[in-house]
Design a protein around this ligand. Sequence first.
Ligand code: NAP
Length: 497
Amino acid sequence: MSIASTWPTPDDERRLLASLETGLFIGGHWRASSDSSTLAVEDPSTGKVLLRISSATPADGMAALDAAVTAQPGWAATAPRERSEILRRAFEAVTARADDFALLMTLEMGKPLAESRGEVAYGAEFLRWFSEEAARISGRFAIAPDGKTRLLVMKRPVGPSLFITPWNFPLAMATRKIAPAIAAGCTMVLKPAALTPLTSLLFAQVLTEAGLPAGVLNVIQTEKAGAVTGPIIRDSRLRKLSFTGSTPVGKRLIADAAEQVLRVSMELGGNAPLLVFDDADLDRAVDGAMLAKLRNGGEACTAANRILVHDSIAAEFSTRLVERMRAHTLARGTDPASKIGPLVDQATRDKVHELVTSAIADGATLALGGAAVDAPGYFYEPTVLTDVPASARILREEIFGPVAPIVTFSTEEEAIRLANDTEYGLVAYAFTKDLNRGLRLAEELDVGMFGLNTGIVSNPAAPFGGVKQSGMGREGGFEGIEEYLETRYVGIADPYA
Ligand code: NAP
């Protein structure tokens, strides 16, 4: 698809949608659901249906698990280099089709095309990173301390895995799981979010073209998430569950997974603090806050949910943030001027507005925005709230929208106490020129990830994940492949005895 200045036209959009497979992908074949049911995928910038696709039943879910279980032994026995080359070809193919992936994400999820392109690059990098890691899986050999036994420690693929992903990053949340699983030699069933399943369908097509054998990846989009995934999780042939989504759903899935003592990885919700100290470079801090707040329209687990600013610079910082957020153009993501697209659906927009209203009732001052846009789609104005009291509900819950609540503090100790005052622990950001303070914060903030003088931490070469109720396990980095490997130890008798 060429990038003429007019791209994408409505015809480009129609052609891309018409080129998609619309079935379930099970055992290497595209098929309709067993009861012919379908689900409608909407464009959140218009509220209109983009496409109807098959919606899996519980029987389809079991067929997908059967396919993954059947494919597992053969796939585990493939040469690491073969798995590596498939991932490398998939990286090249996703990169070559970046415009198609970006347009599809913009259509089904709403984010501006420039952001979708950023996600394609980020999502594709997991394929490249784990193509490199596939050939580096190793164990160790040792002579036991008594000099007699020999110890061999090897790594084996965990086995058939179930992946459940959210709607906010339709490509990257899938590749963060699928790429290390392929590298490790696991087969899998993917259940993408019902709001944004189209990207997964295109990705399954691309992986097949890259040479992924039948049954290694199975995709079962559905409107009945619990009914379809429940029996899979309870089946003793499943060996691993990796979930990205909200903390309440994650907790339920951990409880379900306990029945079979399944290995679980949980990437759950966040409530990131962003701290701005009085010695910060203010330009850099405002840039960082814009990135941490407005990436993905605020619909990110890593979004700065609480902006904590030293009281001596709070007025200046707030004024600058308001100016920058006011200048952000709200428009359908395909519009080249768009800096923020719509929220994903009406329920998300209602929740954002409810949190803003409750913050004002709690005593916050509305400095910008504060309303839904009166037009088709689910647009919400970029919003800044100042003087938000530390007890306000908006500081306890994920906002998931373009709303920046600003809270003031007067000492480093108070900033750390406020930052840690949450049951979440995914990420924190801080802006300061004092390196010693930066290192103290890195040790004191109770999080899985910390951005020092930067508003973005996501990187395929780094371990992404949280502590406390933000989850367990890591995706990306050297750690990412460990989630899909079991350690097996072999004791060997003294060869001289
Ligand atoms: P969600 O409502 O928890 O849904 C996530 C996935 O779980 C979807 O595929 C959903 O299916 C499925 N699901 C819902 N109920 C289920 C059940 N009872 N059994 C099995 N599956 C079920 O979350 P979301 O609204 O899509 O995503 C936003 C959340 O994800 C936020 O909390 C955000 O912080 C978190 N997130 C975390 C990370 C991270 O890396 N830590 C990254 C991105 C997002 P349906 O689509 O059918 O509902």
